[in-house]
Design a protein around this ligand. Structure first.
Ligand SMILES: *Cc1c(COP(=O)(O)O)cnc(C)c1O
Length: 240
C-alpha cells in the first residue's frame, strides 16, 4: 500500500499493484454481500511481455486475458499452467487457433461463431467455456451481439458439442466517471436474469464486466469476472 492508502504508483512492484487490486475486489465482494472468492480476476496482459506476466503470476494471479491470437501464440506457451481467456474480437478464420490456445472464449457474438467453436473443440476433444459478448451501448462500431438476438443465439447453442455457454460479457460505452458504467452493468445482469428464467436449462452464471476503472461498480452489480489490465500492469503504450 502507498502511504496515502491510494493506488500504488506506476513504478510500484507489480506484486504490490496486484495485491492492491485483489484487496479492492475482496472489499467490493464483501460490500455486495456475496461470498468471498465469488469474483474471478482476469489479469489483462495484452501488449505486456511474458516476463511481466510471470511476475504477476508469481504474485499469485493465475488467470490471464489476451486480445490478439498471434500475440497469444507467442506468450501462452511460456505459461501453460495459467488459465487463459480470449477477450479480444474473434474472427471466423482464427477460431481453430483460439480454441487450441484458450480455455475460455469471452467474445462469441453469433450462433455461427458458436457452431465454429463447437466444431473445432469437438474435433480436438476439448470443451470450450464461452461467454457471449453483448453490445450494450448499441454502438455500431463495437463488437458484440444485439441484446435482442441473445435468445436466438442461446437457442442455437443448445446441444452443440464441445462448447459450454456460461454467461455474458460486455464492455460498456466509455465514461470518465465509473458510476456511468453502473446502469450498463445492471442492464446486463437483468438481461441475464430474464434469459435464465426463460430458458430453464441454461447455465448463465457468469457475468464478465468491469475493467480497471469500474470493476468495483461491476461487482456491486453482480459481476462474477472482472478484466483488469492497467491497474495491475500500469498504463499501456500504443494499441489496445
Ligand atoms: C484491454 C481490455 C481490458 C482491460 O482494460 P484496463 O482498462 O486496462 O483494465 C478489459 N477488457 C477488454 C475486452 C480489453 O480489451
Amino acid at each position: 500500500m502507498s502511504p496515502s492508502g491510494g493506488a500504488p504508483g506506476e513504478g510500484a512492484p507489480l506484486s504490490e499493484r496486484a495485491a492492491w487490486v485483489r484487496d479492492r475486489i475482496a472489499d467490493a465482494v464483501r460490500r455486495s454481500g456475496r461470498p468471498a472468492g465469488s469474483v474471478k480476476l482476469v489479469a489483462v496482459s495484452k501488449t505486456r511481455p511474458l516476463e511481466r506476466i510471470l511476475e504477476v503470476h508469481a504474485a499469485g494471479l493465475s488467470v490471464f486475458g489476451e486480445n490478439y491470437i498471434q500475440e497469444a501464440e507467442e506468450k501462452i506457451p511460456g505459461l501453460p499452467g495459467a488459465e487463459w481467456h480470449l477477450i479480444g474480437r474473434l474472427q471466423g478464420n482464427k477460431v481453430r487457433r483460439a480454441v487450441a490456445l484458450f480455455s475460455w472464449i469471452q467474445t462469441a457474438d453469433s450462433a455461427r461463431r458458436l457452431r465454429e467453436i463447437s466444431r473445432c473443440a469437438a474435433e480436438s476433444g476439448k470443451t470450450a467455456r464461452v461467454l457471449i459478448e453483448v453490445n450494450l451501448g448499441g454502438e455500431g462500431s463495437k463488437a458484440g451481439a444485439d441484446p435482442g438476438d441473445l435468445r436466438a443465439i442461446l437457442d442455437a447453442s443448445t446441444g452443440l458439442p464441445g462448447v459450454r455457454v456460461e454467461g455474458f460479457m460486455a464492455i460498456p460505452p466509455f465514461s470518465v466517471d465509473p458510476e456511468g458504467s453502473r446502469p450498463h452493468f445492471k442492464r446486463l445482469r437483468e438481461l441475464r436474469d430474464a434469459l435464465a428464467r426463460e430458458i430453464p436449462g441454461a447455465a448463465l452464471g457468469e457475468l464478465s464486466m468491469g475493467m480497471s476503472n469500474d470493476f468495483e461498480q461491476a461487482i456491486g452489480e453482480g459481476a462474477t469476472i472482472v478484466r483488469v489490465g492497467t491497474a495491475i500492469f500500469g498504463s499501456r503504450q500504443g494499441r489496445g
